[in-house]
Write a protein that binds this ligand. Structure first.
Ligand code: GDP
Ligand code: IMO
Ligand code: MG
Length: 427
């Protein structure tokens, strides 16, 4: 049996989609366990590019069961759009299921997300405006709607009357915005109910049967450790738990069944949205990396902030997730860099730190301590084995392994499925 959690090790967009796609042929099930359509997971295969937001990145393999777990917040409108888009590409989606326990993003959630950001002004988080924070807020406040509620129209109507009163009060009084119409939401969501019906399932027996059979299961994380609501750079985080613990609660797979935790890291760092980023490069060199790496958001198209690899983040991520295998992506983006820096510590208020501190103001203003390594100045994109990588590139990878405390088992040297160097299998 092999039950593998795959998490983003940094601030998201590490290339998780590519890695899930790479492994999906070898597993029987892929489960998305948290986040929503704030995620954007890119898969490039045979010259075609797919961007998945809610649908697990294993969907391109028709024999692999793809599960949207109950820890995910599902916007039915976005889900159906994504489903139609991939079906029109000829993708077989019959093996896709959504947990009836997953919460829904309701029409007022994205509106409240945007209004709350506008009200925060300079203190805004830079959310994706997909309503993810407000949807999780309602879940925890116990006034959320679950996918399974779509199958209970009388309950849906009664609950909506109660919840919408609260939402409209906030919209009109707090934000001076337009209220939502109860009947319009009901009509819209009951239409979704019939279209979603074939996919809605109680995933408990599905997941337990797979575990009982000894199937290989891959848990697809969204976002990254530093965006975790508990472990990340709070409040500049998302509203779910993208770390390994969240994968268990969001799927119903217990920690004792997990056989491996894979952390996906970029060979440098990026971040979308606001919040501390000690190794950020705000100069023309940063612009060069952004262009070479096409660092523009898959979901919102925003330019990603770019910086050196931060091994304090790396080690923190390895230790808090229990990562025992690293996938290092976008190594090719550093192919033309003379000297590469790795942050191994922070200096803040006369103290040295080896991990990100909770005080985000200190993290924002800390001075990164760098180790400098020689670049390799040659192309890695056509390498087909690890040993073909230039010596300095392998030395860089060894330095990251040493400073993060985990082995790099897979190296990615381009967006395509084929541009992957496997030192040890992930699943
Ligand atoms: P995710 O959210 O972690 O799945 O990552 P995204 O898909 O948002 O962003 C990663 C981007 O990098 C995508 O455009 C991928 O196609 C691309 N990518 C993945 N691995 C590599 C790589 O090794 N080299 C290059 N140049 N691009 C890559
Ligand atoms: P994937 O799965 C990168 C960021 C947003 C913002 C913060 C909160 O593609 O790696 P939210 O809309 O979640 O309330 O926004 O989190 N964010 C991501 N950044 N990759 C993602 O997903 C992200 N999902 C959310 O930019 O800073
Ligand atoms: Mg992404």
């Amino acid at each position: 049996m092999s039950v593998v959690i795959l998490v983003g090790g940094q601030w998201g967009d590490e290339g998780k989609g590519k890695v899930i796609d790479l492994c999906a042929d070898d597993v029987q099930m892929v489960v998305r366990s948290q986040g929503g359509n704030n995620a954007g997971h890119t898969v490039v295969t045979q010259g075609k590019q797919f961007a998945f937001h809610l649908i697990p990145s294993g969907i391109l393999f028709p024999q692999t069961k793809c599960v949207i777990g109950h820890g995910v917040v599902v916007d039915p409108r976005a889900f159906l759009q994504e489903l139609e888009a991939i079906r029109s590409e000829g993708v077989d989606v019959r093996n896709l299921v959504i947990s009836d326990r997953a919460h829904m993003v309701m029409p007022y959630h994205p509106v409240l997300d945007k209004l709350s950001e506008q009200q925060l002004g300079d203190d805004r988080l830079g959310t994706t405006w997909r309503g993810i924070g407000p949807a999780y807020e309602d879940k925890v406040r116990r006034i959320g709607f679950r996918i399974g509620d779509l199958q209970k129209p009388v309950f849906l109507k009664k609950k909506l009357r109660f919840v919408l009163r609260l939402k409209n009060e906030a919209l009109t009084r707090l934000y001076n915005s337009e209220p939502f119409d109860e009947q319009a939401i009901l009509d819209e969501y009951l239409e979704y109910a019939s279209r979603l019906e074939p996919y809605i399932k109680d995933i408990y027996p599905i997941v337990q049967t797979a575990l009982g059979r000894g199937d290989k299961i891959l848990l697809e994380g969204a976002q990254g450790a530093m965006l975790d609501v508990d472990l990340g750079t709070y409040p500049y985080v998302t509203s779910s738990a993208p770390t390994a613990g969240g994968a268990c609660t969001g799927s119903g797979i217990p920690p004792s069944k997990i056989t491996k935790t894979v952390g996906v890291f970029k060979a440098y760092t990026t971040r979308v949205g606001y919040g501390p980023f000690p190794t950020e490069l705000t100069d023309t060199f940063g612009d060069k990396i952004r262009e070479r790496g096409h660092e523009y958001g898959t979901t919102t198209g925003r330019a990603r902030r770019v910086g050196w690899f931060d091994a304090c983040v790396g080690r923190y991520s390895v230790n808090t997730n229990g990562i025992n295998a690293i996938v290092l992506t976008k190594v090719d983006v550093l192919d033309e860099v003379d000297k590469i820096k790795v942050c191994t510590g922070y200096r803040s208020k006369g103290e040295e730190w080896s991990h990100p501190m909770a005080n985000i103001s200190h993290l924002k203003h800390c001075e990164p301590i760098y180790e400098e390594l020689a670049g390799w100045n040659s192309s890695t994109t056509d390498c087909t084995t690890y040993d073909e990588l230039p010596l300095n590139c392998r030395a860089y990878i060894a330095a990251l392994e040493e400073s993060c405390g985990a082995r790099v088992d897979v190296v990615s040297v381009g967006p395509d499925r084929a541009q992957t160097l496997v030192r040890a299998p992930l699943v």
